[in-house]
Design a protein. Structure first.
Length: 146
């Protein structure tokens, strides 16, 4: 297996291990992965239309509507009239969402810190440099595609 394939496989396996931990956290919160995806997107972009959310997450608009209904009942999102277009509704996050995301991120960060805790400083520095290199390459590809 060539180096590029090994890297892709390692990243896939790392993602899978992180996801296992996340699934347990999601279950505790009684939220689906789709609901968590909406909340995470809302945390990055605090106001958008349901159709935009559906496109960002890659699910049908009808599915997003049901997700938004459930999240609204839990006071995790609000629907507001768009001040620039009265016919349009904006989905906005609530303070409860911001607090929820912060609480959700803490166990994920703890899980990663624990995994890195035993790593020697020299390996940690090298890994940081390598990950920055990969991120920059991906960001360049992304910019070129836009």
């Amino acid at each position: 297996m060539n180096s590029e394939m090994q890297l892709v496989e390692l990243l896939r396996r790392i993602n899978k291990e992180i996801s296992k931990g996340l699934v347990l956290i999601f279950r505790e919160q009684k939220l689906s992965i789709a609901e968590i995806s909406v909340l995470m997107r809302m945390n990055r972009r605090p106001a958008c239309r349901a159709s935009e959310l559906a496109t960002m997450i890659g699910i049908p608009a009808s599915t997003v509507t049901g997700i938004l209904d459930r999240l609204e009942r839990r006071d995790l999102i609000e629907r507001r009239q768009d001040p620039n277009d009265r016919r349009s509704i904006l989905i906005t996050e609530t303070q409860k969402t911001k607090d929820f995301i912060a609480d959700l991120m803490a166990p994920m960060e703890d899980m990663l810190r624990e995994a890195f805790r035993t790593m020697p400083d020299s390996r940690t520095r090298r890994l940081i440099e390598d990950l920055r290199f990969i991120l920059e390459a991906l960001e360049q590809q992304s910019s070129a595609a836009e």
